[in-house]
Design a protein around this ligand. Structure first.
Ligand SMILES: [Zn+2]
Length: 450
């Protein structure tokens, strides 16, 4: 009996979807306009929030005659997502499909610690996974690879990205976040050729291997490392250090819990991140005037989905400061490339890839009657891993032990945000009191932002 033909694309094929990936810039723009016109009309007709939101701004989907007209539509942001969700649980009236059609949610912690849910229809989910497969293919992953997914699976939008690797035919190892020793065991046992983790963890894992007598370059088979969640993957010095350690190529990916697990990723040229332009329309705006900046200049990334039906996102302010280029890429793909994330508009911290707002900590510290309510966050990088210390003060006359308080606060913080921190309990009036804007965060990490 002859073996059936492989269901997967030939590995020599350079593109996952050549028609999409190599279309002209004019074609990308024409398709984006048609998609935007359709998607805005869909949102207006099916999501009560958008009907009210557009009406209040005196703008209708029919007003979008060119891509430039998008600037007439009002923004949304994380706070609106959270408020609408609280007003109409569980998903909010930004949703445009009945719950019956929703098959998957991811959730992310917000500035109040209330997780916001990001819902997907079956079609949204399929679109997303097909995009992940395309992105993996562009970074050189092939059906012959053994891919180890080392991201959190618990409600985290990065989890299902593994299905993109599986879709393209790679052997997919759903490892999740396991202790380093266990992960090294998995990489060794199955001789995985690719892995996805955060850049700082990739660094840490490589050094842990060496400490255990494993040479990642010789004893392991990892040749591609996908990274996301921190800017390191687009900082050439950081990338080079990780590549040297592993003898592997590092590809930076960018994702957003409210849209896709990744919305952009590096091709094998590793010169910027190709954007998912057929699914998400990006704008880069001057943070002060909110007007578009010329291509190549830095500004706030504002995103509009083009197809996602469960919860259309129209002009979502990400708070990320980015820049794009449309210069031709040697790989032949024609999509816009994000040059990197240059910083954040707000004070959000990223600790081991998890978003943390100082206000999350404040909510906990202010709630505990045995604390003064003063606090400070100290972020350091120890052996390439982020370490957060929360300094708090016990109230006068507190009779218990510092350990008991520290354990309780640490437990609450972990439960609310998913971030582990050392809690340092100090005597009252130890922390500096600010008269103006409190400097609550001391970030001692260097070279985090390019
Ligand atoms: Zn390219």
């Amino acid at each position: 009996m002859t073996r059936p033909a492989s269901a997967f694309k030939p590995s020599s094929q350079p593109y996952w979807d050549p028609e999409v990936e190599t279309q002209s810039r004019a074609s990308w723009r024409a398709k984006a306009l048609a998609d935007l016109q359709r998607h805005l009309a869909f949102a207006y007709e099916n999501a009560r929030f958008y009907r009210n939101h557009f009406d209040a701004a005196h703008v209708r989907p029919g007003d979008l005659k060119s891509l430039d007209d998008l600037r007439r539509f009002p923004f949304i942001d994380k706070k609106i997502l959270r408020d609408r969700q609280l007003a109409k649980p569980p998903f909010g009236d930004i949703c445009a499909t009945p719950e019956r059609e929703i098959v998957y949610i991811s959730a992310s912690s917000g500035s109040t610690g209330v997780p916001t849910a990001s819902p997907f229809t079956a079609q949204d989910f399929d679109d997303w996974i097909d995009y992940e497969a395309r992105q993996f293919w562009s970074s050189g992953l092939r059906p012959e690879d053994r891919y180890c997914h080392s991201l959190n699976f618990s409600l985290f939008v990065g989890g299902p990205c593994v299905l993109g690797a599986q879709k393209l035919g790679a052997l997919s190892i759903h490892a999740g976040t396991v202790p380093s020793e266990r992960l090294l065991g998995i990489l060794g046992q199955f001789q995985a050729t690719a892995i996805w983790t955060t850049p700082s963890y990739a660094w840490h894992l490589g050094e842990t291997a060496i400490k255990e007598g494993i040479d990642p370059r010789k004893d392991l088979a990892v040749k591609r490392i996908f990274v996301a969640g921190e800017p390191g993957g687009s900082i050439p010095e950081t990338r080079q250090r990780i590549e040297d350690l592993w003898g592997a190529s590092v590809y930076d990916y960018y994702g957003l819990s409210d849209i896709f697990g990744s919305c952009a990723g590096m091709c094998e040229e590793k010169n910027g991140l190709h954007w998912a332009e057929d699914h998400i329309y990006p704008e880069v705006l001057d943070p002060d005037t909110q007007e578009p900046v010329p291509l190549g200049q830095r500004g706030e990334l504002v995103l509009t989905t083009l197809k996602k039906a469960a919860r259309p996102m129209v002009r979502f302010r990400t708070g990320d400061i980015v820049s794009f280029t449309d210069a031709p890429c040697a790989c032949g793909r024609t999509s816009l490339r994000m040059v990197g994330v240059h910083g954040r508009l707000d004070d959000m911290l990223i600790i081991k890839g998890v978003n943390l707002f100082p206000s999350d900590v404040e909510a906990i510290v202010r709630k505990d009657r045995e604390l003064t309510g003063e606090y400070r966050l100290v972020v350091e990088r120890v052996e390439h891993l982020d370490r957060l210390t929360v300094e708090v003060e016990h109230v006068r006359g507190y009779n218990g032990t510092a350990e008991a308080l520290a354990t309780r606060i640490g437990h609450h913080l972990k439960a609310l945000t998913g971030v582990s921190a050392a809690i340092n309990v100090l005597a009252p009036d130890t922390l500096p009191r600010a008269t103006h804007k409190a400097k609550r965060v001391e970030d001692r990490r260097t070279g985090v932002w390019s």
